[in-house]
Design a protein around this ligand. Structure first.
Ligand SMILES: *[C@@H]1O[C@H](CO)[C@@H](O)[C@H](O)[C@H]1NC(C)=O
Ligand SMILES: *[C@@H]1O[C@H](CO)[C@@H](O)[C@H](O)[C@H]1NC(C)=O
Ligand SMILES: *[C@@H]1O[C@H](CO)[C@@H](O)[C@H](O)[C@H]1NC(C)=O
Ligand SMILES: *[C@@H]1O[C@H](CO)[C@@H](O)[C@H](O)[C@H]1NC(C)=O
Ligand SMILES: *[C@@H]1O[C@H](CO)[C@@H](O)[C@H](O)[C@H]1NC(C)=O
Ligand SMILES: *[C@@H]1O[C@H](CO)[C@@H](O)[C@H](O)[C@H]1NC(C)=O
Ligand SMILES: *[C@@H]1O[C@H](CO)[C@@H](O)[C@H](O)[C@H]1NC(C)=O
Ligand SMILES: *[C@@H]1O[C@H](CO)[C@@H](O)[C@H](O)[C@H]1NC(C)=O
Ligand SMILES: *[C@@H]1O[C@H](CO)[C@@H](O)[C@H](O)[C@H]1NC(C)=O
Ligand SMILES: *[C@@H]1O[C@H](CO)[C@@H](O)[C@H](O)[C@H]1NC(C)=O
Ligand SMILES: *[C@@H]1O[C@H](CO)[C@@H](O)[C@H](O)[C@H]1NC(C)=O
Length: 405
């Protein structure tokens, strides 16, 4: 069996056990991300999708670019104009600063092996995937912010005892929550198109007006329902997911909500309710049926199809099938990148450059540099090793194999 197929199976089977009745976005993104444009368009693609991992990679790149700029001779070597493009590939920062090709900078490894998996974990870990506090969902602003305060305190505690690994783990996990603020709330729609919320993680967050149960309407049910006929690949995908009982909503023709202007409340922070969420003690946090509250929305959020107001407000992806505000995805992702940069900048400010260097293993000693060959050609890949499906035909074949087994 092809390795690609095998890995696809492992992921599908693993996730089947992890989730009960809905498709994790990671799977669909994983599948959809690899197919041709026509198929992508039938899932309502409007832009590329920046994952939590990619948002951390970019935010961290910006913060460490400034770090190197401030080191010895940095201002002559680091070109700040590259901060939002070339330097997203960490090798380019290192090449400019050390005049040497370093294929696997230590911080790249930290990104790929620690920060990336931990920022993604929050959507997979059974204790946090459905917990509104970990995602700024269900109008739990105060509790979500308390979670940021708690984790940040823990990060600083671990840093003070030089447990850098644990500090990195918690940093990545809480960045997930902070990033979700921008894609799950109405912060952008409130007019903050170019501005992060620096009160997140401080006690002053409570000075921002937020909705609660006393506000009986936050959204309107005036989203546009779009229907896209299936082609033979999407038909196959739909049949496959239905056969596995992984979806209740997905069917042919493919249906999705496009929302714009469905938010009624723009003078207070609002977030959406998401089917299946519950608190640590098991208390379920359903979308209220006697009020008109916003949903998170998308294919996986069953209540957003059944309970008024239909549609939703999330900006998690560039696909309408997952995100009724896919049109705002890149804008919210850019705010999340800026906040990630700010979070690392704050840590640096707090602990100083020497400890920041230790935290992220940024600099190289002359002895370390001497050991790295001068004549290397790196493989092109930036970022984590993701399995690339070259063609929809391969996925097709995998599906067929799956049914035969
Ligand atoms: C698919 O879309 C990408 C950008 O979204 C574009 O660069 C590429 O040319 C498109 N491919 C085809 C076959 O249309
Ligand atoms: C680095 O800066 C020092 C002064 O701080 C200067 O003497 C030296 O030439 C610089 N080195 C390089 C390689 O630019
Ligand atoms: C960079 O390294 C090359 C050799 O790899 C050397 O020829 C060149 O002078 C170096 N540039 C600087 C600015 O040190
Ligand atoms: C928010 O959380 C803090 C800390 O737990 C608590 O003191 C405060 O009363 C809460 N505020 C609201 C409005 O729930
Ligand atoms: C924050 O930590 C305190 C004390 O450890 C705990 O009582 C509280 O529940 C935590 N809050 C959150 C939102 O995790
Ligand atoms: C909260 O706001 C007050 C008044 O603006 C300010 O003095 C205080 O430093 C702020 N506290 C934090 C933790 O940002
Ligand atoms: C998909 O449908 C087209 C006709 O619309 C057909 O030519 C093609 O062979 C089909 N592909 C598969 C894999 O069934
Ligand atoms: C899917 O659910 C139906 C009924 O709910 C059941 O009969 C069927 O066996 C299930 N299929 C799988 C693959 O679990
Ligand atoms: C939904 O209603 C609001 C307020 O009535 C309006 O501003 C907005 O344009 C409407 N959106 C759509 C897509 O019709
Ligand atoms: C919300 O409350 C107002 C009065 O406070 C009431 O007029 C309105 O009908 C309520 N709307 C819903 C959807 O319950
Ligand atoms: C660099 O490596 C390549 C291939 O490994 C080799 O062909 C080339 O001669 C090497 N150049 C130097 C200067 O060592």
């Amino acid at each position: 069996m092809k390795l690609d197929c095998f890995l696809l199976f492992v992921i599908l089977i693993l996730n089947k056990q992890l989730v009960h009745s809905f498709i994790p976005a990671s799977i669909i993104n994983f599948l959809i991300g690899k197919v041709d444009n026509i198929t992508q368009n039938s899932f309502g693609k409007i832009s590329e999708t920046l994952t939590h991992e990619e948002i951390v990679r970019r935010g961290l790149a910006k913060s460490i670019t400034k770090f190197f700029y401030d080191q010895k001779n940095g201002s002559e070597r680091i070109n700040l104009n590259k901060i939002s493009n070339d330097y997203y590939d960490y090798r380019n920062i290192y090449f400019d600063y050390y005049n040497k090709t370093i294929c696997e900078p230590k911080v790249k490894e930290i990104m790929d092996v620690e920060l990336g998996p931990n920022v993604a974990l929050v959507d997979i870990d059974p204790t946090t995937k459905d917990m509104p506090y970990a995602h700024f969902d269900a109008e739990t602003f105060n509790q979500s912010n308390n979670r940021v305060i708690n984790f940040t305190n823990a990060v600083y505690n671990y840093l003070s005892i030089k447990n850098y690994e644990k500090a990195r783990e918690l940093t990545a996990q809480i960045l997930h929550t902070i990033q979700d603020f921008y894609s799950h709330s109405n912060w952008l729609e409130m007019g903050n198109t170019n501005q992060i919320n620096k009160l997140i993680g401080t006690s002053n967050f409570s000075t921002i007006p937020v909705v609660d149960a006393s506000v009986n309407q936050t959204c309107e049910s005036n989203c546009t329902l779009v229907e896209v006929p299936c082609n033979n690949y999407t038909q196959l995908m739909v049949d496959f997911l239905k056969a596995l009982n992984l979806t209740k909503i997905l069917d042919c023709p493919i249906k999705m909500y496009r929302c714009a202007g469905n938010l009624v409340t723009l003078d207070k922070l609002v977030s959406g309710f998401y089917t299946g969420q519950r608190l640590e003690d098991g208390t379920s946090v359903p979308k209220p049926k006697n009020m008109l509250k916003c949903s998170h929305g998308g294919l996986i959020d069953v209540d957003s199809w059944l309970v008024f107001p239909k549609g939703g407000i999330n900006k998690d992806s560039g696909y309408y099938i997952f995100s009724p505000r896919a049109d705002l995805h890149l804008q919210s992702a850019n705010l999340a990148i800026s906040h990630t940069e700010y979070y690392f900048d704050q840590i640096r400010k707090w602990i100083g450059d020497k400890e920041f260097d230790n935290f992220l293993e940024l600099t190289y000693t002359d002895a370390e540099l001497a050991k790295i060959s001068n004549n290397v050609t790196c493989t092109k890949s930036i970022g984590s090793t993701i399995i690339k499906f070259k063609s929809p035909v391969l996925i097709f074949n995998c599906f067929i194999l799956y049914f035969l087994i």
